[in-house]
Write a protein that binds this ligand. Sequence first.
Ligand code: TXA
Ligand code: MG
Length: 340
Amino acid sequence: MITQKLQISSDEYAKTVERAAEILKKGGIVAIPTETVYGLAASALDSKAINNVFKAKGRPQDNPLIVHISNTEMLKQLVTDIPKQAQALAQKFWPGPLTLVLNSSKKVAKEVSAGLDTLAVRMPNHKTALDIIEKSGLPLAAPSANTSGKPSPTSPFYVENDLDGKIDAIVYDGECCVGVESTVVSFCTNPPRLLRPGAVTAEQLREIIPDIIVDKAVLQEPKSDERVESPGMKYKHYAPKTESYLVEGDSSFFAEFVNKQENAAALIFEEEKDLITIPKLVYGRSEDESTLAKEVFSCLRKVDDLEAEKVYIHAPSKNGVGLAVYNRLIRASAFRVIKL
Ligand code: TXA
Ligand code: MG
């Protein structure tokens, strides 16, 4: 298959959006930008298109997709009821990096929610994404636009690396500003449950849902026979080829530890640059977790180029969006944590 390259530019904007929408209406699959990561979009009403999304990504069939909408009218069609606290979250954080899991009205193709009675929905905070949804007139199912298991793509060039020749088109619209996937909150459990942390933080959620539960799979490895609320959490994720370890401890301990490792590389904070003597990549400033979120997936893709046997990743704090970064890194490290 030849993948069309659709470049967003100011003079051809409307035409490009229309082109992407046309392909989607015809049952095609198109990588689109969002504020979090690029998504691989398809009509949520079209079983065949959804199956093609699973195939292109190599995604396990039992891992459901998020449906993207451009207005709240669409939400009402897709779910049977919207609890008050879910409404409050949508009002406060949409459009934005927040996904709500609600009871499905079963309007979308059953493959979207992998046979579950629930549906994950979000309204992205990205003009191009919203315009493509609006123009197509369709709810768009879109998982992250990477090969399953690889880091999520924060640039269209990472999408191209993974999926060129396997999908109908890629919309090129620069880098994603958030860098980690949306926060996922389920209202199908009582009390509501944080299934995946993201840029809408646990602290912000607690202001509206004081008794929200942070699912234990956010920070722990699910046992192989355990039922998990969010199927995505049981899969190996985001891992570079280099064997990686998540290291907790302050900068001086971290530097002392990594500097004596052989054939090793490190993923570090900017302020540690002068302390670390082995090959390294900087992923942001420890004090500003949003800088870590923006670069973490890109660094996980680049780390194999350092050709080390092992990579030691300095763990971020679990505060704010740091929890989301920690959640991705502990998976990338297959739950190997070193505490100094
Ligand atoms: O920011 C994002 O959410 C990006 C962009 C493209 O919007 N999308 C994304 O999709 O990260 P994906 O497929 O990579 O992750 C979807 C997550 C998975 O962990 C999946 O298990 C969970 O959402 N999920 C989807 N439907 C669910 C449901 N009905 N119940 C529980 N978890 C669900
Ligand atoms: Mg994904």
